[in-house]
Design a protein around this ligand. Structure first.
Ligand code: SF4
Length: 427
């Protein structure tokens, strides 16, 4: 396999004109500035956007503005640009586009904003899929002249500490396909999606990254760089090393490499640009990804785990739920009520006051003695459902339990479904 290039540039802030210039340099570096695609699709990360509880979770609109200017500059006629995305499960993407400032972006730059759930779709059969035989996504992800991924660089406890370009593909699926096998098979599932979601160019918003807890609610850190590449495996391997992670120990990266999608070893990747990897690692050396086992979390809630241990399923989703409180409600974090939570098939006796069993397959294999036993089903439960059911079953109010987000997640979702029914796009 040949050497792939990853190009990194230092950028101090979200000034769109500076971002435009840097991206134009990046396109030239990869020999792409002479290309004149007329139909460009851009896939950002807008999994969740909220100015109070998720201010650092998404690709910033100023960053997208700089990219769009870089693509439109001096082109006559200007290329047709579609920005397409599916946000977190159970929430309409149009609400997250609004909260992320993408509606003003659309007005300023005359682009098309497309929510994947309401788009015209295409079903593609996969030749190398291990979990998916076929997937259905927005036609614009499949049929375009040029596909650009603009991930937000973040840590993520569901995917062994990292979310960058490859993980972005989970957001090309609508909810039912997205949640299917979102368990101990998540890594294989993510790699399957590369067969359809393989970008021609990656430009990553790492001006401010987010790290250390739940990938929706964790804190932002100023890293001050833009990362560009044409190979997602090489790109993500370098991102992993920025977080002091070994790419071989991130299963979706290792599997993508083993399936021939790109290089993972430092000796096979050229890193170029105006800032070195070691200078970036020096900045991030004290920053923690937050990726630990859920039964290692130090708080009043005791977690007992059994097999299967689903990093991308119940175990990871409950770790995310705990981090939401740690990230955004530090006072409650210190006073969490002492529940015992069982996830997976726990091999032993459990004797406690209050026991909560999370996950359809989860159980206590020997004797269970408790005054109160509650259960939350799902394989895994979606974040939205876990937030809701944890409140109803344990009385613990997660920071995501807010009136504005409840309106997004229920009445707005209902109107989104109605629009899909009227447009005949309920696939
Ligand atoms: S229900 Fe069982 S298999 Fe499914 S995600 Fe939860 S622990 Fe994993």
């Amino acid at each position: 396999m040949g050497r792939e290039k990853v190009y990194i540039r230092a950028v101090p802030d979200y000034d769109p004109s500076r971002i435009k210039q840097v991206i134009q340099d990046g396109l030239a570096e990869f020999g792409l500035s002479g290309a004149h695609p007329s139909d460009i699709t851009i896939k950002p990360n807008v999994v969740m956007a909220h100015n109070k509880i998720a201010p650092s979770a998404f690709t910033r609109s100023e960053f997208m503005g700089g990219l769009i200017q870089a693509l439109q500059d001096g082109r006559n006629p200007a290329p047709k640009i579609t920005v397409t995305e599916k946000c977190g499960a159970g929430i309409p993407t149009s609400r997250m586009f609004r909260r992320a400032g993408y509606f003003s972006l659309k007005k300023r730059h005359k682009i098309k904003l497309q929510t994947i759930e309401e788009s015209r779709k295409k079903t593609v059969s996969l030749k190398k899929g291990e979990i998916h035989n076929r997937i259905t996504t927005d036609r614009k992800i499949v049929d375009n002249d040029f596909l650009i991924y603009t991930p937000k660089l973040k840590s993520n406890s569901l995917t062994h500490g990292l979310t960058a370009a490859i993980k972005l593909n989970v957001g090309i699926l609508c909810d039912r396909e997205r949640m299917w096998n979102h368990n101990c098979h998540l890594d294989e599932k993510i790699v399957d999606l590369l067969e359809v979601g393989y970008p021609d160019f990656i430009v990553t918003d790492a001006v401010e990254i987010s790290m250390g807890g739940n990938h929706l609610t964790q804190q932002g850190y100023p890293l001050g760089i833009i990362i560009m590449a044409t190979n997602p495996v090489a790109h993500d391997s370098v991102c992993a090393r920025m977080f002091h992670l070994d790419p071989h120990k991130i299963p979706h990266l290792r599997l993508a490499h083993e399936r021939g999608y790109g290089p993972i070893d430092p000796s096979t990747i050229d890193i170029q640009g105006d800032i070195s990897l070691s200078a970036i690692q020096e900045k991030t050396k004290e920053w923690k990804t937050g990726f630990i086992r859920v039964d290692a979390v130090d708080c009043n809630i005791q977690v007992l785990t059994g097999e299967p241990y689903c990093t991308g399923g119940c175990h990871g989703v409950f770790l995310d739920w705990l981090y939401m409180i740690k990230d955004r409600k530090p006072k409650l974090w210190k006073k969490l009520p002492p529940w015992t939570v069982v996830i997976g098939k726990y091999p032993g006796d459990v004797k406690a006051d209050r026991v909560l069993i999370i996950g359809t397959c989860s159980s206590v294999q020997d004797r269970l003695e408790a005054k109160k036993i509650r259960r939350i089903k799902g394989c895994p439960p979606r974040h939205k459902d876990l937030v809701l059911w944890m409140f109803f079953k344990t009385g613990i109010l997660n920071p995501m339990f807010r009136l504005d987000l409840i309106i997004d997640a229920y009445p707005c979702l209902f109107f989104c479904w109605m629009r899909r029914v009227f447009k005949g796009r309920f696939k």
